[in-house]
Design a protein around this ligand. Structure first.
Ligand code: GAL
Length: 676
C-alpha cells in the first residue's frame, strides 16, 4: 500500500471553517434542544457531529428503528443554520447484540472476554456486528441522505481506541484467510515466517492461530502479520459502512476520526480511503512539551491527507477526565492550541463535546457548555471568543502549509521496531521521532511526514529516523532521491529487516550501504542512563545515549566520532556525497544541542521573511495560497513577549496594522497577512 494509490477524494462541502463539537442530544430532555441551537448560534458553531453513541436509542431492539427524535434534531439544527457531520453510530453496539450474539464480544490475548458495560465491545471480525452495523448505516443513509443539514458522514468513532486486537476463534479463522491471500502457499508462509526456527513449521493452515499468549517470544513475523491483519480487519469494518454510503450518498464526503500517532492502525492505508482526514487531539496541559505533542500530530494529519485541509474533530475546552490527574488548560491555552492546529492545516476546530454530560463515565470531561452554564463561565467566554474570531477567517480555507523537509514514518516499521527479542527494548519509535521533530519545531522548520515509498520530489531534505523495516522499493527511492540532488539523513538501526522481519545479510544496513557509503558491523545498545560522548571537530563535544553503531566507512567521511569505550575514535556521524546529493548517517542519539546543529546543517534556515526577531517559545507557521501568505505567531509562554517583524503587516484577528514590532499576550496569537 503506498500513498500513490490514494483515490480521488470527494471535495469538502464545508462552506466555512468548521466550528462546533460532538452533539449528544439523546442525553438530554427535548426541551433543551432549542436552547442548544440558540447557544450554538451565539458562539458561531457551524457544524456538529451528531449521534456518535446513539445506536441503542436508534435501534433499541434488533431491526426496530426509532428515527423520529433524530429527525427533529436535524431539522432544528438546519433551521439554526448548523451543518451536520452525521455519525453512523456504530462505535458502541447496543446491549442486545451481545445478548443475541455472545460470540461478537472481543477476546484478549490471554483469552479474557471483554463484556459490554462501557463501549466498543465488539470483535472486528464478528459477522453479527458487521451485519448489524451495515443495516443501521443503510437505514441512516436512506433516511438522511437528502437532508439539507447533512454535510459529511462520520463513520464509527475512533476505531480501535479500546479494542485494537481481538484473539477469538472468529479472528483465528479470518486471520488464516488473510494469510492465504497474502501468501501463495503454506510453504511460502513457512519461508517468510522462518518457521524452521523453534519447530514452528506448519503442515495445515488450521494449525495457525493468532499470536495468543505463549511461553516465550512469539514468532516476530507472525506477530507483525497479526498487527497488519488487525489494522486491516478494523479497516474492513469501516469499508463495510463506507460501501453503503458510497452507494446511497455518492457525493457526500466521509471521514472517521483518527488519534494521531495511534500505533494499532496503519493510518497511511486508512487515510487513502477517506475524503477528509479528521483528528482528535488531547495534549496534556501538565506536560511542558504539550505544544510539541499537539504540533506533531497536526503535521501527521496534514501529511496523511497529502497536504489537504483536515478537521480537528475533537479537543477539550479545558480538562479531560481520563488522566490520573486532569489539569485545566490555562486561560488562553485552548485558543492558542486551536490556532496551532489551524496554522498546521486544519480547516475546522471541533470539541468533544457540546454540552457536558450529567451522568456516565465522562461527566467530568470538559465541554463547550460546562456544568455551571453559560452566564458566568471562563470556558464559555473562551468558546464564544474563538467561534466569533473563526467566523471571520474563511479566507484561510484555500491556503496550505508547504514544507520542503520530509520525515519518513511508517506503521509497519513502528510495529516491527517495537516487537520483542530486539537488541534493546528501550528503543521507542516515537521518542526517536520526537528527537528529530523537536529541534525542527523549535527552529520553525516545517515538515511533512511521508510513507517510505512516497514520491519525494517535493522535498529538498528527507529525514529517516530508525527505519528498521525497509522494503527494497523504499531503499531504491531513497537512493534515487540522493542521486537527484536531495539531502538524506538516516539514523541507526535502519535498513535491518525486510517486510517479513528477516535480516538483510552482508552488513547492515544492506539496502542503504551504497547510498550511505558505510557498513555497520555491530550495534551497542546502552543501558538506561548510560551515555557516551561524541566529538564534532570545530563544533564541540556532545553527550549521546541509547545506542552506538560500530561502523566502517566505505566512501563516506566522518563528521564526528565517539569519545569513549573500546570504539572511541570510530565514526558517530558521517556524510557521503553521492550522485548530486548527500547522505548523512547518525550512529547514535545525541543530546538536543547537537541535533539542533545537525538539523540546521542538513535542512538550512527556514524561509520566514516576515520575522526579524523571534523570542523563545514563539511558534511561527505559514499557510499560503496563490496570492496570500498567512503567518501565525503563537506565544506558548505564560508571559507577554515582543516579536520583531520585518516591516508592517495586516493582523487579521485585530484587523489592525502590526509592526515593526508587536506584543503577544501570554498564550497570545497573531495572524499576519501578506500579499504575494
Ligand atoms: C475520544 C472519544 C470521545 C470521548 C473523548 C474524551 O477518545 O472519541 O468519544 O470519549 O475521547 O476525551
Amino acid at each position: 500500500m503506498t500513498t500513490q494509490s490514494v483515490k480521488q477524494s470527494r471535495p469538502s462541502r464545508l462552506p466555512h471553517l468548521a466550528y462546533g463539537g460532538d452533539y449528544n442530544p439523546e442525553q438530554w430532555p427535548e426541551e433543551i434542544w432549542p436552547e442548544d441551537v440558540r447557544l450554538m448560534g451565539e458562539t458561531g458553531v457551524s457544524m456538529v457531529s451528531l449521534g456518535i453513541f446513539s445506536w441503542s436509542k436508534l435501534e433499541p431492539r434488533p431491526g426496530q428503528y426509532e428515527f423520529e427524535w433524530l429527525d427533529r434534531v436535524l431539522n432544528l439544527l438546519h433551521a439554526g443554520g448548523i451543518a451536520v457531520d452525521l455519525a453512523t453510530a456504530t462505535a458502541s453496539p447496543p446491549p442486545w447484540l451481545a445478548r443475541l450474539h455472545p460470540e461478537s464480544l472481543p477476546v484478549t490475548q490471554s483469552g479474557q472476554t471483554l463484556w459490554p458495560g462501557s463501549r466498543q465491545a465488539y470483535c472486528p471480525n464478528s459477522q453479527a456486528y458487521r451485519q448489524a452495523a451495515q443495516a443501521l448505516v443503510t437505514q441512516l443513509a436512506r433516511r438522511y441522505g437528502e437532508h439539507p443539514a447533512l454535510t459529511m458522514w462520520h463513520i464509527n468513532n475512533e476505531y480501535a481506541c479500546h479494542v485494537s486486537a481481538c484473539y477469538c476463534d472468529n479472528c483465528a479463522v479470518a486471520f488464516r484467510k488473510w494469510l492465504q491471500a497474502r501468501y501463495a502457499s503454506l510453504e511460502d508462509l513457512n519461508r517468510a515466517w522462518g518457521t524452521a526456527f523453534w519447530s514452528q513449521q506448519y503442515a495445515e493452515w488450521d494449525e495457525i492461530n493468532p499470536p495468543r499468549l505463549s511461553p516465550s517470544f512469539i514468532n516476530p513475523a507472525q506477530q507483525l502479520d497479526y498487527k497488519r491483519f488487525c489494522s486491516d480487519s478494523i479497516l474492513e469494518c469501516y469499508e463495510v459502512e463506507k460501501a453503503v454510503l458510497d452507494e446511497i450518498t455518492p457525493t457526500l464526503p466521509v471521514t472517521t476520526n483518527f488519534m494521531g500517532f495511534f500505533k494499532p492502525l496503519d493510518y497511511w492505508k486508512w487515510a487513502a480511503r477517506e475524503d477528509i482526514v479528521s483528528h482528535d487531539s488531547y495534549p496534556d496541559p501538565a506536560d511542558p512539551e504539550a505544544k510539541i505533542d499537539s504540533a506533531i500530530h497536526a503535521d501527521l494529519m496534514r501529511s496523511l491527507g497529502r497536504g489537504r485541509p483536515w478537521i480537528l474533530m475533537e479537543q477539550v475546552t479545558s480538562q479531560v477526565n481520563w488522566r490520573r490527574v486532569n489539569r485545566l488548560k490555562r486561560p488562553g491555552q485552548m485558543r492558542l492550541w486551536s490556532y496551532q492546529n489551524l496554522a498546521r492545516g486544519a480547516n475546522g476546530l471541533m470539541f468533544f463535546q457540546w454540552r457536558a454530560s450529567q451522568s456516565g463515565g465522562e461527566k467530568f470531561h470538559g465541554a463547550m457548555v460546562p456544568h455551571v452554564g453559560t452566564s458566568d463561565s471562563r470556558v464559555w467566554r473562551e468558546v464564544v471568543q474563538l467561534g466569533r474570531e473563526l467566523a471571520g477567517l474563511d479566507e484561510l480555507m484555500p491556503s496550505r502549509v508547504k514544507p520542503q523537509v520530509a520525515i519518513v514514518f511508517d506503521w509497519e516499521n513502528w510495529w516491527a521496531l517495537e516487537l520483542d527479542s530486539k537488541p534493546s527494548a528501550e528503543l521507542k519509535m516515537l521518542e526517536q521521532l520526537k528527537s528529530y521533530y523537536k529541534p525542527l519545531f523549535e527552529h520553525n522548520i516545517a515538515i511533512n511526514f511521508v510513507h517510505p515509498e512516497a514520491d519525494l520530489s517535493d522535498y529538498r531534505v528527507v529525514l529517516v529516523p530508525n527505519l528498521y523495516l525497509l522494503r527494497s522499493q523504499a531503499a531504491q527511492s531513497l537512493e534515487n532521491f540522493v542521486v537527484g540532488g536531495g539531502r538524506l539523513l538516516v539514523s541507526f538501526f535502519s535498513g535491518i529487516v525486510n517486510e517479513s522481519e528477516q535480516i538483510y545479510l552482508g552488513g547492515y544496513p544492506a539496502p542503504l550501504r551504497k547510498v550511505l557509503g558505510l557498513r555497520v558491523e555491530e550495534f551497542d545498545p546502552y543501558s538506561l542512563g548510560q551515555t557516551n560522548r561524541i566529538q564534532v571537530p570545530g563544533v564541540g563535544s556532545f553527550e549521546c545515549s541509547t545506542w552506538s553503531d560500530l561502523l566502517n566507512l566505505e566512501g563516506a567521511e566522518a563528521l564526528a566520532s565517539f569519545e569513549q569505550d573500546f570504539y572511541a575514535g570510530r565514526p558517530a556521524l558521517t556524510r557521503h556525497k553521492f550522485g548530486a546529493g548527500q547522505a548523512y548517517y547518525l550512529a547514535t542519539r545525541p543530546e538536543q544541542a547537537l541535533m539542533d546543529w545537525l538539523l540546521q546543517e542538513v535542512c538550512g534556515e527556514p524561509d520566514l521573511p516576515e520575522i526579524a526577531q523571534r523570542p523563545a517559545g514563539v511558534e511561527i507557521v505559514r499557510r499560503e495560497d496563490g496570492t496570500s501568505r498567512f503567518v501565525f505567531l503563537l506565544n506558548h509562554n505564560a508571559a507577554p513577549v515582543e516579536v520583531g517583524l520585518n516591516g508592517t503587516y495586516f493582523e487579521l484577528l485585530t484587523s489592525q496594522t502590526a509592526g515593526p514590532s508587536m506584543t503577544l499576550e501570554p498564550y497570545g496569537v497573531a495572524l499576519l497577512k501578506t500579499e504575494g
